[in-house]
Design a protein around this ligand. Structure first.
Ligand code: NI
Length: 172
């Protein structure tokens, strides 16, 4: 297991479409265990493969993680097959450090995919898990949570972030 580098905005790779996984073999299993390690180390509640520079449809999540009780969820080729309702939640992202904003998403989703062993898996989720699933699956389509903000909020984000990056560059 290895901790991988998390790419951050405005890295162009984060805007790319990830490819479906053909087979959950050794390469994908290593990717999954590295992604879990990287997510727990960060720490974060979810991570998508493109965030570590791999354009494959793999996500990991653990929204319950506290004090070492790991309950990871791994999904390969996840697909939202049903969604309903509406909810607003203040989201953040490991690829967009130091920025949070409220995003509107479906409140309930059903996601089909494969688990970390390549077996079919279906998850019906609400609450934070439903939000996290949509956020991570968005990453596989090159969509960041800031892309889901209204145009005014997105402009504010761009300006704020430019300033933040400038400050960070000056500090280092
Ligand atoms: Ni994210």
């Amino acid at each position: 297991m290895a901790i991988r580098e998390i790419l951050t905005y405005p890295e162009p790779l984060l805007k790319k479409l990830s490819k479906p996984v053909d087979e959950v073999g050794d390469e994908i299993k290593t990717l999954i265990s590295d992604m879990l390690e990287t997510m727990y180390e960060a720490p974060g509640v979810g991570l998508a493969a493109p965030q570590v520079g791999v354009l494959k449809r793999v996500i990991v999540l653990d929204i319950e993680y506290k004090e070492g009780e790991r309950q990871p969820i791994v999904l390969v080729n996840p697909e939202i097959i049903e969604s309903s309702g509406e909810t607003t939640y203040e989201e953040g992202c490991l690829s967009i450090p130091e920025y949070n904003a409220e995003v509107v998403r479906a409140s309930e989703v059903t996601v089909n995919g494969l688990d970390g062993e390549g077996h079919p898996l279906s998850i019906k989720a609400d609450g934070l898990l439903a939000i996290a699933l949509q956020h991570e699956i968005d990453h596989l389509d090159g969509i960041l949570f800031v892309d889901r903000l209204g145009s005014m909020k997105r402009d504010i984000f761009r300006r704020k972030y430019k300033k933040l990056m400038k400050e960070r560059a000056e500090a280092s």
